[in-house]
Design a binder for this molecule. Structure first.
Ligand SMILES: Nc1ncnc2c1ncn2[C@@H]1O[C@H](COP(=O)(O)OP(=O)(O)O)[C@@H](O)[C@H]1O
Ligand SMILES: [Mg+2]
Length: 309
């Protein structure tokens, strides 16, 4: 079971769209996929189930907030009880793989504050232990899932670097950074990578202490995936390709060969249908091209993390 976090400080860069479409395509190709909505904005959740359905069946005790709440209360809650398979996307998979979801909750915003109160301690040893306990909440929960239940877990992170987001990084084997090809979106990538490295360093320093039992973490950055690309003659328009080249030139980070094309018509309505764009049949050639591009992105993603599809 491979765990991947989809992360960027910036909102609106396509994190949720990337998570739902890669997740759905991999499931369509036969994999067992779990997507986790870690963003209190609950966009991934409502890309798969209707708000009224969520309110009735999930809001109270079937969201990711539950595992953090129970932790704050000094209890444990079995993460397996939060996992379900949304029905509309299940029909679109026509019996191939599996796409399951853990939904999010607006109240997750407050969880960060509560977790922060559990940090610190009377001495260095307590401080280290509390740091590890608080940042390991999600990975400990994921460890309760049967290894054979899923091939891959994809976590849609919120656009910040708070404790809940850090939990995702600690739990991850890989990190994927989607970005739009514009100045402000690409600006944050450097800073994000630096923040992640700082977290990994701190964590490993604490977990490496003699009196702790945890292994070091080393989440690998899969790379930068460009989203919302406008094409002309099947190439990104000049204004955008400049930013793609800039990230490529910086080196250090892999840049996906494939990208997600921009199409307002397709992407605006997809969440309401409960089925990601990549799984919706299209007859018009422009739309078919967008879907083809998404399929290639999913393929490249699978290749980069050694998943067979
Ligand atoms: N390739 C695309 N073309 C057009 N619109 C897109 C595309 N990808 C995402 N969008 C739209 O842009 C907005 C932000 O995307 P989203 O995936 O929610 O970003 P994030 O999760 O990073 O905030 C959404 O309204 C979404 O429908
Ligand atoms: Mg989002």
């Amino acid at each position: 079971m491979k765990v991947v976090s989809v992360i960027n400080y910036k909102g609106g860069v396509g994190k949720t769209t990337v998570t739902s479409n890669i997740g759905a395509e991999l499931a369509f190709r036969g994999l067992k996929v779990l997507v986790i909505d870690l963003d209190p904005q609950t966009n991934l959740t409502f890309s798969f189930i209707r708000p009224d359905e969520w309110q009735a069946d999930y809001a109270d005790d079937k969201t990711i907030k539950k595992i953090f709440d129970s932790f704050v209360d000094g209890e444990n809650y079995d993460i397996n009880r939060l996992i379900f398979s949304p029905s509309r996307v299940a029909s679109a998979l026509s019996g191939n793989g599996k796409l399951s979801l853990i939904s999010s909750h607006l109240g997750l915003i407050n969880v960060d504050l509560e977790l922060a109160t559990l940090l610190g301690g009377a001495n260095m040893k307590q401080t280290k232990n509390n740091f590890l306990k608080v940042h390991r909440r999600l990975v400990e929960s994921l460890n309760e899932i049967d290894e054979n239940e899923f091939d891959v877990v994809i976590i849609d992170c919120p656009p910040n670097f708070n404790i809940v987001t850090k939990n995702a990084i600690v739990a991850s084997d890989y990190v994927l950074v989607p970005t739009r090809p514009d100045f402000l979106s690409t600006l944050g990538i450097d800073y994000l990578i630096r923040s992640m490295n700082e977290l990994i360093e701190d964590y490993n320093e604490f977990s490496g202490a003699e009196d702790t039992e945890f292994e070091e973490i080393e989440p690998a950055t899969i790379g930068v995936l460009f989203t919302m690309i406008q094409e002309r003659s099947e190439e990104p328009i000049n204004a955008q390709s400049a930013y793609i080249r800039q990230i490529q030139r910086q080196g250090g980070l892999h840049v996906f060969e494939n990208y997600i094309k921009r199409n307002d018509t397709l992407f605006a309505s997809a969440p309401e249908s409960g089925v990601p764009v990549v799984l919706r049949p299209q007859s018009q050639s422009t739309y078919k091209n967008v879907v083809k591009g998404l399929e290639k992105v999913a393929e490249e993603f699978a290749q980069l993390i050694d998943l067979e599809v």
